[in-house]
Design a protein around this ligand. Structure first.
Ligand code: KG4
Ligand code: ZN
Length: 345
């Protein structure tokens, strides 16, 4: 089965063709991120305008790169995200579905991220039950999953998302958007133990997250230090490394708690933009090795951040597990809790 995936939930325009949910035949991503670098964020109307311009060229390139074999269905992100951006994708997908007489599958953006560890893993596919930490700029969730369509949301952020903490921290440190890669790079020459941050929700019985306190701690630390982002030889590397360490430790502390609560989980998956973080991967690998668990992160950096291959993959598994119910009509919506459409595990 070849699925054409379309993803336009934020500032990316991405189209992919994926075979049997795992083998990526093409995955084209056009990003307008460079345009937003100086702005510490995305301007929704501007992002959607750029997506209208590049949608058709990206679609054509993805179809060309995938080769002439026909596709069997179209999967598109129906939400959550920026409404104008989402509509560029769903309107295109509906038109293509009518034109080519193909079934259309509406996919939740986060379900796409959860599927991203299946991409290019056909020789050693992930196994259920698993714990999945999905950490991006818009959400930070912990899932206990028993299939592609059954799972339980066991933890979520109570305020900022992990990626948002990186983005806001980067902005305070005078670094560009997106903040995760910028903080990762600045940390390379810094000491992770130079500054201590409090561990949020220490000992909390839930598997929830909270990042806004870390951002506030950084703000007051910078004020107390008289930090000047433009001063040569400033303490940027140490501050970036310590802040990154605090975010990673909080993510792992909550993950460890989930590992204790769900001892039948066989694997740990970390997905979403933040899963690209090198330090997080090192710490997660140590933690999983200690507990005899397999750790999976997306097989390529392009599968961590928003991409259409993960949407095509999720669409395939929805079709496989739900049959024609996967083709049910859907709305395009900016806010869409995944747990409402996922039967409890
Ligand atoms: O999944 P994604 O592309 O978009 C959303 O669905 O939000 O995630 C984007 C987020 C941004 O907040 C960005 O700062 C963060 O992922 N990010 C990273 C890294 N690369 C992207 N965070 C930490 N380290 C990275 N290397
Ligand atoms: Zn995302």
């Amino acid at each position: 089965m070849r699925i054409l995936g379309i993803e336009t939930s934020c500032d990316e325009t991405s189209v992919a063709v994926v075979e049997d949910g795992m083998t990526v035949a093409s995955n084209v991503i056009a990003s307008s991120q460079a345009a937003f670098k100086k702005l510490a964020g995305v301007i929704p109307e501007e992002a959607a305008r750029r997506q209208v311009e590049c949608m058709i060229p990206v679609l054509r390139q993805a179809m060309d790169e995938a080769g002439p074999a026909p596709v069997d269905a179209i999967a598109v992100t129906r939400g959550p995200g920026l409404l104008g951006s989402l509509l560029v994708g769903t309107v295109t997908a509906r038109a293509a579905s009518q034109l080519w007489n193909l079934p259309l599958i509406g996919v939740h953006h986060t379900l796409g991220h959860l599927s991203s560890v299946w991409l290019n893993q056909a020789s050693d596919p992930p196994a259920f039950p698993c714990l999945c930490l999905s950490a991006s700029g818009g959400h930070t969730d912990l899932w206990y999953r028993t299939s592609h369509t059954q799972g339980r949301l066991i933890g979520r952020t109570r305020d900022d998302a992990a990626g948002e903490a990186f983005d806001k921290g980067a902005s305070l440190l005078g670094l560009p958007y997106p903040g995760g890669p910028a903080i990762g790079k600045a940390s390379e020459t810094g000491s992770a133990t130079a500054h201590a941050f409090p561990l949020p929700l220490r000992g909390d019985a839930s598997c929830d997250f909270s990042f806004s306190g870390l951002k506030t701690s950084l703000k007051y630390l910078l004020r107390d230090l008289g930090f000047d982002p433009l001063a040569p030889g400033n303490a940027l590397p140490d501050l970036a490394a310590s802040f990154q360490e605090a975010i990673c430790h909080h993510l792992l502390d909550r993950l460890l708690h989930a590992i204790e609560l769900y001892p039948d989980a066989r694997e740990v998956h970390i997905v979403g933009g933040v899963s690209a973080n090198t330090r997080l991967r090192v710490l997660a690998r140590e933690c999983c090795a200690k507990h005899g668990l397999t750790l999976r992160v997306p097989a390529a950096g392009a599968y961590c951040t928003d991409n259409a291959a993960m949407i095509a993959s999720a669409g395939f598994f929805l079709w496989k597990e739900l049959g024609e119910k996967a083709f049910a009509p859907f709305d395009t919506v900016a806010s869409l809790p995944l747990e409402e459409s996922m039967p409890a595990a």
